[in-house]
Ligand binder design. Structure first.
Ligand SMILES: [Zn+2]
Length: 162
């Protein structure tokens, strides 16, 4: 890219480091003509196609705000949400696609959210999968119960029916 100061068409990389999550790299550059320094960030391109057809860059913050609503009143911290958003990003990046349907993001959220908090999961799933009857809730809860029974040896899993 051109130097942002003098538009010289070349620059020299003087430092480069990978972000903690390994998903981006920052490069400190210097212009050989004017000596100006600037930073570039390189990530694999990842765009979301919304239902309206609008395309926007993937944002962990958007994932977090969508999930945060479902987590109201639940014992879920901001750190939990940040980790969930990171897992979602890793999942969708693994597809290798540069454009992802918004639907795929919702799908990628369901698994980690279920691990995090089942009530929040049911709330989120009811909106995302457009539950329109008690039967839909019953089916989703039944599925959770089946999976609990399978994981019965896990002492962290409790059945709080009553
Ligand atoms: Zn320059």
């Amino acid at each position: 890219m051109h130097c942002p100061f003098c538009r010289h068409p070349d620059s020299r990389v003087i430092d480069s480091r990978t972000s903690d999550d390994g998903l981006s790299i920052r490069r400190r550059r210097q212009c050989p003509q004017c000596g100006g320094r600037f930073t570039t960030v390189e990530t694999a391109s990842l765009n979301i196609i919304k239902r309206s057809g609008v395309i926007e860059p993937f944002s962990r913050e958007k994932v977090m705000s969508g999930v945060r609503k479902a987590c109201q009143g639940r014992p879920v911290t901001e750190a939990d949400l940040a980790l969930l958003a990171q897992r979602v990003e890793e999942t969708v990046r693994q597809t290798g696609a540069s454009q992802i349907d918004a639907n795929e993001i919702g799908l990628a959220i369901l698994g980690p959210l279920r691990d995090l908090d089942e009530v929040a999961y049911l709330r989120f799933a009811s909106v995302y999968q457009a539950f329109d009857s008690l039967d839909d809730f019953e089916a989703a809860i039944e599925q959770l119960r089946i999976d609990h029974a399978r994981g019965a040896q896990d002492p962290g899993v409790t059945d709080d029916r009553e």
